[in-house]
Design a protein around this ligand. Structure first.
Ligand code: NAP
Length: 479
């Protein structure tokens, strides 16, 4: 692909494009002086197509699909995907789980009957024994069900092993909140865990799901009063999100940004906190930095592009198709390189006029190591946070890195301790969350590709593994 000339739609007198002229202020503190102000960006956003997912006041989650006429009154983020991709989530045959739900408070019985009568395909085809009739009638104090449905697998392996199982509802421990989950997004961690390659950290739920949105259902002992029952929240989890209820330390909850739906909120915690952490806490991004973001249309990538922009850096992406490239550029990527068609390392060096990139966010690993180090700037930072391209390296990595005086750092969020995660969540809540609701070109957009009812968990995993998606894949839980 020809390297495009730099024609930034982002204009800011205070942010220089080149490292030796960059602002010395640390962009983690987002204030007026570190904001990018752009008139072109405003036009760009106005020109975008209508959102695929909108909220209708008072309707909320179950009316969240954009193609339905009743949703056209909502206002929310423009959909940055190319028009032909915006049909998804297409008007698709929803399972009885989504069409029959009537989320009236206390109406668990009707959901249960609907589920047992119509049952998701996974239950009908061999897992019905997991759904013991009558079990959900057992109720605890205040008539709440003691059991819940959760995504489950008995053996590690392919997506066909996944099904919905009735399991015990968790209870919040000291300083924890019980979350009634409305939606939970899929992550690569779920795929790896399903394959038996990524065990949850000690003490975490073995149920899949590292992020969720929903409402506070119960407060455990010792909660500090930050949240009350019924609050809409989104949560960073170590596991357990793909179930009707999940427990979460109160410090890992975040308010849902005004104007976002519950499925959109479910798409934020893991991807955006990871991107925020990689850029600022690990990668020490500076205004004016060239940041190379691999898998630019991934959940983390779509967040990182926008967060790099808001920090005054210049995001470049590698990506596997033309439509993904267009979407990444709409989100703010200054350039994108299709790694299937060209050497991204050469293209990056050309784009940066030989300077190389100051920061690489690398979730690919093995297959990219040499190209990464070739396009790294002197003293550049290379943050490894995934291994989708393999874990093995063969060749002179150390000598190449040494001559660049390069810094190779690795990062895993899930295994971090509670204190670190709480610090991260607090910083993100204060500095980034308001930008999801702001009007104007600085507005941040959680990119949703598809929303599946959780009964279609097998399909959702297959879709992620096909690598066709852009942004996040979200699951809705029965209410
Ligand atoms: N360390 C952490 O704390 C942390 C936290 C969250 C996620 N992660 C990691 O971040 C990565 C992205 O996660 P995600 O959920 O955002 O992913 P995602 O939305 O599922 O997107 C992944 C994309 O990566 C690209 N890709 C896949 N295999 C590739 C390969 N071998 N070479 C080049 N590109 C490839 C594909 O897009 P193309 O069509 O462009 O190829 C694919 O759509 C994963 O590796 C995940 O494990 C790490």
């Amino acid at each position: 692909m020809a390297v495009p000339e730099w024609q930034s739609p982002w204009k800011n007198e205070n942010v220089s494009l080149f490292r030796n002229e960059k602002s010395p202020s640390h962009p983690l503190v987002l204030n007026e002086s570190s904001m990018l102000v752009t008139t072109d960006g405003r036009e760009r956003i106005r020109d975008m197509n209508p959102p695929s997912i909108r909220t209708v006041p008072g309707e909320g989650l179950r009316r969240g699909f954009g193609s339905r006429p009743q949703n056209q009154g909502g206002s929310l983020c423009p959909d940055p995907r190319p028009p032909e991709r915006q049909a998804s989530p297409a008007p698709r045959p929803h399972s009885p789980l989504t069409t029959v739900w009537q989320p009236r408070p206390g109406c668990w019985e009707s959901h249960r009957r609907s589920f047992l009568t119509h049952g998701p395909e996974t239950q009908r085809s061999g897992h019905r024994s997991a759904q013991r009739p009558g079990c959900l009638e057992k109720r605890g104090a205040f008539g709440q069900p003691r059991n819940m449905l959760a995504v489950h697998f008995d053996q590690p392996g392919g997506p066909e092993n996944l099904y919905l199982k009735e399991v015990a509802k968790p209870s919040p421990g000291e300083g924890e909140v019980l979350l009634k989950v409305a939606a939970s997004a899929l992550n690569r961690a779920d795929i790896l865990q399903r394959q038996g390659q990524y065990a949850p950290p000690p003490g975490a739920s073995s149920i899949l799901g590292v992020e969720a949105s929903g409402h506070v259902a119960e407060l455990g002992p010792g909660c500090q009063g930050h949240w009350k029952i019924g609050d809409p929240v989104m949560a960073l989890l170590s596991g357990g999100g793909q179930a009707q209820y999940a427990t979460v330390p109160e410090g890992l909850l975040m308010p849902i940004p005004a104007g976002l739906t519950l499925p959109q909120a479910a798409a934020i915690p893991e991807a955006w906190l990871t991107a925020f952490q990689l850029l600022h806490l690990v990668g020490n991004v500076q205004a004016g930095d060239f940041v190379l973001i691999h898998a630019g249309a991934s959940g983390v990538g779509t967040a990182a592009i926008q967060l790099a922009r808001i920090a005054g850096a210049i995001p470049l992406v590698t990506i596997g198709s033309q439509d993904k490239l267009q979407m990444a550029e709409k989100l703010g990527a200054a350039a994108g390189f299709n790694y299937k068609e060209e050497d991204f390392s050469e293209a990056t060096m050309k784009f940066t006029k030989g300077a190389g990139v100051n920061l690489i966010l690398d979730c690919i690993g093995g297959s990219y190591w040499e190209k990464n180090v070739n396009c790294l700037a002197l003293d550049g930072r290379w943050v490894l946070y995934g291994l989708m391209g393999g874990a093995d390296v063969s060749g002179p990595l150390f000598s190449k890195l040494l001559f660049k005086r390069g810094n190779l750092v690795t990062s895993l969020l899930r295994s971090r301790d509670k204190k670190y995660k709480q610090m991260l969540v607090k910083a993100f809540t204060e500095q980034i969350v308001p930008h999801f609701s702001m009007e104007g070109p600085q507005r941040l957009l959680p990119v949703l590709d598809r929303v599946y009812p959780v009964a279609e968990i097998q399909e959702a995993h297959k879709y992620m593994e096909s690598n066709k998606h852009m942004g996040k894949i979200v699951l809705e839980l029965p209410q």
